[in-house]
Ligand binder design. Structure first.
Ligand code: ASP
Length: 336
């Protein structure tokens, strides 16, 4: 490649980044992020491009003042390691700061009062609020009360949109595309908010989705119906072996212990699926293995070094870049 061609390539990618920044600032500024349903494929493309750029920014430290003087309130009513710390890191990498509020004791949000008052308080001090809460629908209640952007970091068994966005970026980076892939989700389809969000997000693409779970942890009917209405090809199974050989991306999840009323029922299903190097023998050589983490035995540790295609730690890293993009987007500050 000649110098001129190389320069033209750089200019083109700079143009497309500027265009993506304008699109995201225009579409996300001042908005809440509550569900993946709010993202069209153009916006997803822009998030993908910017997450690559954010990786450079995080590494090299330029444009590290994009969110200077901006403050994030990180409000967590449920435990979190990755989501909470990656939002903190994302804010700080872009020059902003964080009010961390962890392990809040709550009373039911069904009546809304406490949560609503809390976010009204926090918005006096912060420009954006990230909320994790054990009740489905809580993020919407909080967002209605808040006048600053509110980002859903997991609302019970509902959605986890920022996780689905980082999952999408990971699939695209690892496989080089999304269209045409067969994605198999394994584990707790009923209570896993990450699979609810990811299945919805992928329904905007030409994918085949397989859901593998025990009978009592099947994907909720309303999600199956929603995907069918979008024409997604999907099937449900109890045995991974039925679909492993056709799978491009295996998305493993833990059984969500905290959602079970009866510990005996949890015990009866918790160890049903364990992915080991032996399991993977029946899979494609290019199979990408993902997990939102934490894992509690569903993927044997020996898989980590067994294959380069074990992508769960890269997936987690992508979370930082996606969250940098989203924070800059909702604050209308992606640089052009
Ligand atoms: N960390 C993810 C979540 O918050 C996955 C999990 O906990 O299993 O939903």
């Amino acid at each position: 490649m000649g110098l001129q061609e190389y320069q033209q390539g750089l200019d083109r990618s700079k143009d497309s980044l500027n265009h993506s920044a304008e699109h995201l600032n225009g579409n996300l500024k001042g908005k809440d992020i509550l569900s993946v349903r709010q993202f069209d494929t153009t916006t997803l493309d822009c998030i993908y491009s910017w997450s690559q750029e954010m990786a450079e920014i995080a590494e090299k430290g330029y444009r590290a003042d994009v969110l200077s003087r901006k403050i994030l309130a990180n409000l967590f009513y449920e435990p979190s390691t990755r989501t909470s710390s990656s939002f903190t890191a994302a804010m700080e990498r872009l020059g902003g700061s964080v009010i961390p509020i962890n392990e809040v004791v709550y009373s039911s949000v069904a009546k809304g009062e406490d949560l609503e008052d809390t976010v009204r308080t926090l918005e006096q001090y912060a420009d954006v609020i990230v909320l994790r809460h054990p009740e489905m629908g809580s993020a919407k209640v909080a967002a209605e009360a808040a006048s600053v952007p509110l980002i859903n970091a997991g609302d019970g068994v509902g959605e986890h949109p920022t996780q689905a966005l980082l999952d999408y970026v990971t699939v695209r980076k690892e496989q080089g595309r999304v269209d045409g892939l067969t994605v198999t989700m394994l584990g707790d389809m009923k209570n896993g908010r990450t699979v609810h969000s990811l299945a919805r997000l992928l329904s905007s693409y030409d994918v085949k989705l397989n859901f593998v779970s025990p009978e009592i942890l099947r994907m909720p009917a309303e999600i199956i119906d929603e995907l069918s209405a979008k024409g997604v090809s999907q099937s449900e199974h109890e045995d991974l072996a039925e679909v492993l050989s056709e799978t491009d991306v295996l998305y493993v999840t833990r059984v969500q212990k905290e959602r079970f009323d009866d510990p005996a029922v949890y015990e009866s299903v918790k160890g049903l699926y364990v992915v080991t190097p032996e399991t993977l023998q029946a899979g494609k050589e290019t199979l990408t293995i993902m997990h939102p983490l934490p894992r509690v035995g569903e993927i044997a540790k020996s898989v980590d070094s067994y294959t380069r295609n074990a992508a769960y730690f890269r997936q987690m890293e992508n979370g930082l870049y996606v969250r940098m993009t989203l924070l800059a987007g909702v604050l209308g500050k992606l640089p052009t």
